[in-house]
Design a protein around this ligand. Structure first.
Ligand code: ADP
Length: 271
């Protein structure tokens, strides 16, 4: 029997009740509606769409920060939507969210090493302080930082370095799948390229799977194997990155391609 996809969603739906003004009537905003996709182990899948198309909602639903109103989420073949915090614990290790703003994910008052080691100990990946300490040093090297970074505080690092620390922390708990929500959009273009190169190298070494949420089609085209396009909460396109320029049929995809015309003209976009 073929192995199940690492991550799969079926009919995923999330609506929010919002009200106009303080006393206005409530109405429903459809953030995500009837979305289906499957992601295989080792794949890098980009989720793209205009602002408000539902990308971040999907990221929150996948990582359990929010719960769907309808549909299912399966990780490694098992349902993960609607789990209690307790039942979700083992999963928190395997499926990690990496956000755009690396600073907000790190505690400014705690040394970097402690912040990488603590989740390892809490989730039982390291069984002693010594082991956590050793692994922290290894991880810092793996993401291209000196081991002595462990003794320093987040503000002593640049934005790109803080994102490396964030990635090291996710890898410390032996994550298998990273949900990357605009992980590089706060960074300069050259630093962004370095972080993407690091992520590609880590996938190669560790067999990781990435869901890469972005509004930047050019970045997604160069980084991802496959691209899912959202439009007003619906999935309107699911194509390999190398053929999206030629095969896109949804108006939302065409709009994104036009907006990225200069970058999507680059030869790398065509096989
Ligand atoms: P994107 O990440 O593509 O910009 P979002 O997932 O943030 O889109 O939002 C999709 C839609 O859902 C938007 O219309 C947004 O206003 C709405 N939405 C998202 N989160 C909430 C919330 N907590 N309460 C009310 N509406 C929300």
């Amino acid at each position: 029997m073929a192995a199940s996809p690492l991550l799969q969603v079926r009919g995923l739906t999330r609506r929010y009740g919002v009200r106009t003004g303080l006393f206005g009537p409530w109405h429903e905003v459809v953030a995500v509606e009837g979305v289906d996709f499957a992601i295989e182990r080792g794949e890098i899948v980009g989720i793209i769409g205009a602002s408000g198309s539902g990308k971040s909602t999907i990221g929150r639903l996948l990582t359990g920060l929010d719960q769907p109103d309808g549909g299912q989420i399966l990780f490694d073949g098992a349902r993960i939507d609607g789990l209690s915090d307790q039942a979700r614990r083992p999963l928190r290790r395997r499926l990690q969210l990496v956000l755009q703003d690396a600073s907000s994910a790190l505690n400014p008052r705690r040394r970097v090493g402690v912040q990488i080691a603590t989740p390892m100990l809490r989730l039982g990946v390291a069984t002693s302080r010594e082991e956590a300490h050793e692994r922290t040093a290894e991880l810092l090297r793996l993401v291209g930082l000196d081991a002595d970074a462990a003794e320093r505080y987040p503000h002593e690092f640049s934005g790109g370095q803080r994102q490396r620390i964030n990635i090291a922390r996710s890898l410390g708990v032996e994550a298998e799948c990273l949900i990357l929500d605009e992980p590089t959009s706060a960074l300069d273009v050259s630093v962004q390229a370095q972080i993407l190169a690091l992520l590609l190298e880590l996938r190669q070494q560790l067999g990781l799977t990435y869901v890469f949420i972005s509004h930047n089609l050019a970045v997604v085209q160069s980084f991802c194997d496959r691209i899912l396009v959202l439009d007003k909460g619906r999935l309107v396109e699911d194509l390999p990155s190398r053929t999206i320029t030629r095969q896109a049929s949804a108006p939302a995809t065409r709009r994104l391609l036009e907006a990225n015309l200069f970058l999507s003209r680059a030869p790398a976009a065509e096989p």
